[in-house]
Write a protein that binds this ligand. Structure first.
Ligand code: HEC
Length: 237
């Protein structure tokens, strides 16, 4: 079938008037259905849910690693440490690097959104001056063995024996998968969602001192035997 030029022109005009009216047609994607490029997501709760919740939990959910909204953690951790860990991960552990430069999927701006969003959970009253420092060199392993025994005995009383049957922090497989700093972090903040209090309340009436924490970390490190054959990667502190 042939169209005269005049008819084609009028058809074109007619279509240009009618086509926008097809917005309502079934199957046509709406604005909300448009796919956003993963690197364009700048919403904190989306980024946190997509990348962190699986391992760190959220809103009291129990997960494999500690809760990032833990008030003791937020009171002690320096913001630049948050950024460094999210960017580069923790080598030799299960914490993956997230920056594109380190093989992850997030841009520097998205990492800034995560750092700021996590820091904004810090309770306003948090006063870090009374708290032990976030990081410190390991102390004396021999002294740490005793402190750890007292610490564990106290936790057993509070949370029940079953929970610690595998040795808790001294579990050999666990020690093989964690950094020195993470051992310190866990003693500092506990795992309140599992009934394990922070350094202040783990032994009732006797807050753990900075020295005791450093000694326990030294003893735990001395229990690491590399028996599972994983490479021992020096972990930057
Ligand atoms: C595959 C599981 C996994 C995922 C996903 C994950 N983490 Fe981790 N994260 C861990 C583990 C395990 C550690 C402890 C590593 C170690 O031994 O130091 C950790 C450690 C951390 C630490 C440092 C803890 C310390 O000692 O101060 C921060 C901060 C952190 N993660 C933030 C995040 C954020 C933010 C996300 C999401 C962008 C995330 N993690 C995603 C498993 C994970």
């Amino acid at each position: 079938m042939r169209f005269s030029p005049g008819l084609s022109a009028s058809l074109a005009v007619l279509l240009s008037v009618l086509l926008p009216a097809c917005e309502w047609m079934p199957g046509r994607p709406r604005k909300a259905d448009e796919v956003v490029a993963p690197t364009a997501v700048m919403d904190f709760s989306k980024l946190f849910t997509q990348n962190c919740v699986g391992c760190h939990g959220a809103g009291g959910n129990i997960s494999g690693s500690f809760a990032l909204d833990d008030p003791t953690y937020l009171a002690v951790v320096p913001e630049e440490k948050l950024r460094a860990v999210i960017t580069g991960g923790v080598p030799g552990s299960l914490m993956p690097p997230f920056s594109i430069a380190h093989g992850g999927m997030l841009t520097d701006d998205q990492i800034t959104v995560l750092v700021q969003g996590i820091s904004a959970w810090k309770p306003p009253a948090a006063n870090s001056s009374a708290l032990p420092p976030y990081s410190a060199p390991p102390g004396q392993a021999a002294a740490g063995a005793q402190v750890y025994e007292t610490y564990l005995a106290s936790l057993r009383k509070m949370a029940g024996d079953a929970m610690f049957a595998d040795g808790f922090l001294a579990n050999r497989a666990f020690l093989g998968l964690t950094s020195d700093q993470y051992l310190r972090t866990l003693i500092l903040i506990g795992r309140p969602e599992l009934g394990i209090p922070n350094f202040e309340r783990a032994i009732p009436g006797q807050p753990l001192s900075n020295e005791q924490i450093a000694d326990m970390v030294a003893w735990l490190i001395s229990q690491r035997k590399n028996e599972f054959g994983q490479p021992l990667v020096p972990v930057p502190q």
